[in-house]
Design a protein around this ligand. Structure first.
Ligand SMILES: Cc1cc2nc3c(=O)[nH]c(=O)nc-3n(C[C@H](O)[C@H](O)[C@H](O)COP(=O)(O)O)c2cc1C
Length: 312
């Protein structure tokens, strides 16, 4: 069976990627998981310099999901290159680096630094983090902001450029289109949904940052809808994520239009999820007489449903 998929010039052995921020820098899992068996590992978000993130409480459990406001804690791009990448190279991982910036210049500088480094296979541009004040989502919420960041990065790198979109907008497909017009090789979505939780006894917010980002199975149907909308709006590949916790979930995203998927929150529940996902996908392919998984991408059949798409 052929499980491989293509994202621009990037050839992945299968569509399963570890989502940013939910898999450390990848090396932390190397004793438990063969990293070269994953389609790709997406790094924790990296700024130019190390960053502390928010103080605790930074994580709260919610029904079928979790809220986080880590605040993009990270070691910075130079330490990542020196301390993490050599091991990831040795392990044969396909590395997508999630890059963040407080300013447009910072995004460009990080892209420039990473472009000449062996073992970096693509850049995921985080223009969607909901819980930091500067940068991030302020770019990803506007068509101009998205276009400006992506086109500036496009000019300084030959690596595949994958802007990661926020779901905290009215029309995510128009943002995907702006990214495509600016030269993106693919788009990934969704980052987390802005949300909050309150302790009713103390009447205090449960997160130190007051608001945070919601992830996990609770968001999955919204994410699937957004992937479906983006797939119809752009020609570049769409990488889908949001609450994936089983092979069926992966297949649902791919049928909606995702070329590849990322798994985030589910890693905290089951770090060994990958073999279960791959086994489930292969069983489905056998049952449906599929030899190429990529034939499934965007294969949703809406023929009798199209008119009812907006429910009454
Ligand atoms: C604890 C935590 C940290 C995250 N950190 C990042 C990050 O650094 N950069 C980023 O683009 N997304 C980050 N995300 C968002 C995830 O990559 C993913 O888009 C989101 O959680 C939805 O997928 P899921 O429901 O499978 O977790 C983070 C999510 C969580 C839960």
């Amino acid at each position: 069976m052929d499980l491989s998929v293509r994202i621009g010039s990037l050839h992945l052995r299968n569509p399963l990627m570890a989502a940013s921020g939910c898999y450390g820098y990848g090396v932390e899992y190397a004793d438990a998981v063969n990293l070269s068996s994953l389609g790709a590992v997406v790094s924790k978000g990296l700024f130019l310099k190390p960053r502390e993130g928010h103080p605790p409480e930074r994580i709260v459990e919610t029904p079928s999901g979790m809220l986080n406001a880590i605040g993009l804690q990270g070691i910075g791009v130079h330490r990542y290159i020196a301390e993490k990448l050599p091991e990831l190279r040795r392990l044969g991982a396909t590395n997508i680096i999630n890059i963040c910036g407080s300013t447009l210049d910072e995004y460009v500088e990080i892209a420039r630094v990473l472009s000449d480094v062996d073992g970096v296979h693509a850049l995921e541009i985080n223009i969607s983090c909901p819980n930091i004040k500067e940068g991030g989502i302020t770019f990803g919420c506007s068509l101009h902001g998205t276009f400006d960041v992506v086109s500036a990065i496009r000019k300084v790198t030959h690596l595949p450029v994958i802007p990661k979109l926020t779901p905290n907008v009215t029309d995510v497909a128009s943002i995907a289109k702006a990214a495509e017009e600016a030269g993106a090789d693919a788009v990934s979505l969704v980052n987390t949904f802005l949300a909050m939780a309150i302790d009713v006894e103390t009447r205090r917010p449960k997160l130190s940052n007051i608001v945070g980002g919601l992830s996990g199975p609770a968001i999955r149907p919204i994410a699937v809808r957004m992937v479906y909308e983006c797939r119809r709006a752009v020609k570049i590949p769409v990488i889908g994520m949001g609450g994936i916790a089983s092979a069926t979930d992966v297949l649902e995203f791919m049928i909606a239009g995702a070329t590849a998927v990322q798994v985030g929150t589910a890693n905290f529940v089951d770090p060994f999820i990958w073999t279960k996902l791959l086994d489930g996908i292969e069983r489905y392919m056998a049952r449906h007489h599929l030899t190429c998984l990529s034939d499934l991408i965007g294969s949703i059949d809406t023929s009798t449903r199209e008119k009812q798409w907006v429910s009454s």
